[in-house]
Design a protein around this ligand. Structure first.
Ligand code: NDP
Length: 259
């Protein structure tokens, strides 16, 4: 229950889905938690729910756009004014941009990279100076199994997610001497609004859902809290020598040879 006691953590895109599950798990483990989210109304509701469920008063929502470095920096400044120095950053905010490469607009390319890669860098850049100065910190970047594998028709999302692994490894090495760990989690299919929206966009959403389940070795997809458990571990002092790594949370799906 107290694996993150005394730690201050910020999670981007934490109003719903995986980010909200991470925020709840962190609060349960005793962290002071900041939900840095574009949709402030959702983030406030989620922060309130976390407060009710855990009894903590150390949970707040801050309107944050990860595509804007000044917005992320402002969220870090407000977090530290309220709770003290940040120990943990989870760069979770992400969007699906699935296009055909040759008909994709420039706007789609930029929108994808602005959130899925620049957003992660903006978070890292905002917290690293303080973490380096204090000689401690843990950054957890939410990547994807699209960081290693390609599905046709999903361009350019996997390109940006491959970049998240590169960024994680590069920063993990740069700041290892300062005791700042930078790791990633690569979720497979997880049941969030993002996934529901994707199924709903298919011609036959029910069949699309079933086809997804059939592809899973465990015959189910993952739940947000199953990613959150891994984030707790990486953020905690239980993982002091895990750095520049990525933990896959996909029920074994990406180890399968055949589709
Ligand atoms: P959701 O869409 O459910 O939640 C993402 C949250 O991020 C939303 O609240 C969204 O707010 C917020 N957000 C979007 N853009 C920004 C921004 N510019 N600044 C701040 N917040 C923003 O997604 P998931 O929970 O499913 O995904 C979370 C992460 O996990 C993403 O990085 C995703 O790529 C990754 N992932 C998800 C998988 C899955 O199967 N669900 C699989 C693999 C990886 P708003 O609603 O206002 O847009």
């Amino acid at each position: 229950m107290n694996r993150l006691a005394g730690k201050v953590a910020m999670i981007t895109g934490a109003g719903r889905g995986i980010g909200a599950a991470i925020a709840l798990a962190f609060a349960r483990e005793g962290a002071c938690v900041v939900l840095a989210e574009l949709d402030i109304a959702t983030a406030r509701e989620t922060a309130e729910r976390i407060g009710h469920e855990t009894g903590t008063t150390n949970v707040i929502a801050l309107e944050t756009d990860v595509t804007q470095s000044a917005s992320v920096q402002a969220a870090v400044t407000q977090t530290e004014a309220r709770f003290g120095p940040l120990d943990v950053l989870v760069n979770n905010a992400g969007i699906n941009v699935f296009c055909d490469p040759l008909t994709m607009t420039d706007e789609d390319w930029r929108r994808c990279f602005a959130v899925d890669l620049d957003g992660v860098w903006n978070g890292c850049r905002a917290v690293l100076p303080g973490m380096v100065e204090r000689g401690r910190g843990s950054i957890v970047n939410i990547a994807s199994t699209h960081s290693f594998k390609i599905i046709a028709g999903c361009f350019p999302y996997p390109v940006a997610k491959h970049g998240v692994i590169g960024l994680t490894r590069a920063l993990g090495i740069e700041y290892a001497p300062n005791n700042v760990r930078v790791n990633a989690i690569a979720p497979g299919y997880i049941e969030t609004q993002l996934t529901l929206d994707w199924w709903d966009a298919q011609a036959d959403p029910k069949a699309a859902r079933q086809a997804t389940l059939d592809l899973q070795p465990m015959k189910r997809i993952g739940q947000p809290q199953e990613v959150a458990m891994t984030a707790v571990f990486l953020a905690s002092d239980e993982a002091p020598f895990i750095n520049a790594s990525c933990i896959t949370v996909d029920g074994g799906r990406s180890a399968l040879y055949h589709d």
